[in-house]
Design a protein around this ligand. Structure first.
Ligand code: UDP
Ligand code: MG
Length: 348
């Protein structure tokens, strides 16, 4: 047994990368209103890519427990310009799990992830594919060109999040990078090798390394409906991302403890000075209460942070599957409904 993974057999030395084909993974949660339009745009894209690079495409719609007609619509989408897979999860498992399900079911070599709400323009995909096929990049990721349309608090939150997650990291996660990205066959294979259940997709696809390139773009407004990520869910996702990816919060907690101990030491010295040299008797009550409350607060924060990590350990040990597939269909462009290949489930 080796301690690393060799995925070099998936790189063809740049001879004809397009031969591997491309799987487009689209997680969808209640996107019934815009799915047909998105599919049309993807069909147009597939035709262009086939003409330009001879690239065969498939799309994998992962229905993440939608409560509207998303699944029914996805089942009937035409598989003319590209193969269509529909993977329906047994309930809402969250976008990260849906992305994983798409990656597991993708049958082509390269994998592209994009949202199903029209915010990630299929037209931009041509550029991403160009960087993979023409320039030989393995991870082509998009990032928000600017955040001027976001509130100051949100921007501050993003800054804090990235400085924490990148603290002391050898491979920095680029700020503002999104889930809209393309992975070459070997990068996709590398991502499949990561065994953890608590996944922070953006971080992991950065962590695997290979040749990466950033593309700045401006996300389009949502074609319909509203985002499912409100501030509470974003906060949850940030804590999830941080604790599953880095021990920075633990280090911050230790540093805070150290800082507090140092401040207390200085405070003690000053009291000693006032009593011995100044001859004053220092009133005890306020300083005692403030000291107690500070120490109590810091200890509670530390316990909370540690609890987050213990929770992560528990969920990794339980080793539950990341998702369950309730229904799976594959339709190929030449008309026949191919037998659905057994999914590489997380349980394997
Ligand atoms: N999504 C999903 N499962 C979820 C939440 C979202 O599959 O639990 C999908 C959603 O249908 C969309 C994409 O993930 O295609 C991005 O979601 P959304 O637009 O709500 O997020 P935002 O663009 O605001 O980050
Ligand atoms: Mg969106």
């Amino acid at each position: 047994m080796t301690s690393g993974v060799d995925v070099s057999n998936l790189s063809d030395g740049g001879r004809n990368p397009a031969a591997a084909g491309l799987s487009v993974v689209v997680p969808v949660l209640n996107e019934a209103a815009g799915l047909a339009v998105l599919h049309e745009r993807l069909c147009a894209l597939a035709t262009t890519l086939r003409q330009r690079y001879g690239l065969a495409c498939e799309v994998v719609y992962v229905d993440d427990g939608s409560s509207d007609a998303t699944l029914a619509i996805a089942r009937d989408l035409p598989a003319t310009a590209l193969d269509v897979q529909v993977v329906s999860l047994s309930r809402n498992f969250g976008k990260e799990a849906a992305l994983m399900a798409g990656l597991d079911h993708a049958r082509r070599g390269a994998v592209l992830f994009m949202d199903g709400d029209g915010q990630h323009a299929p037209e931009l995909v041509e550029r991403l594919v160009g960087h993979w096929i023409d320039d030989g990049y393995d991870v082509v990721f998009t990032a928000k060109a600017h955040r001027s349309n976001e509130s100051a608090t949100r921007r501050l939150g993003v800054k804090i999040f990235y400085s924490l997650i990148n603290w002391g990291a050898r491979q920095r996660i680029p700020e503002d990078a999104g889930d809209f990205r393309l992975l070459s066959p070997r990068a996709a294979a590398a991502l499949r090798q990561l065994p953890e259940r608590n996944r922070f997709f953006k971080g992991l696809s950065n962590w695997i390394g290979f040749r990466q390139i950033r593309i700045d773009y401006e996300p389009a407004p949502r074609a319909h409906g509203v985002t499912s990520f409100n501030i509470g869910r974003l906060l949850g996702l940030s804590i999830e991302g941080l604790t599953s990816f880095t021990v920075a919060p633990l280090r911050v907690a230790s540093l805070l403890g150290l800082l507090l101990a140092f401040a207390a030491f200085l405070f003690g010295l000053s009291i000693l000075w006032e009593t011995v040299v100044g001859g004053k008797s220092v009133p005890g009550y306020p300083s005692l209460v403030v000291g107690l409350m500070t120490i109590g607060g810091v200890q509670l924060i530390m316990i909370g942070v540690m609890g987050e990590y213990i929770g992560k350990i528990l969920s990794e040990i339980k080793a539950r599957p990341i998702y369950f597939v309730a229904e799976h269909s594959v339709r190929t462009a030449d008309g026949d409904a191919a037998k659905a290949p057994a999914a590489r489930t997380a349980a394997e």
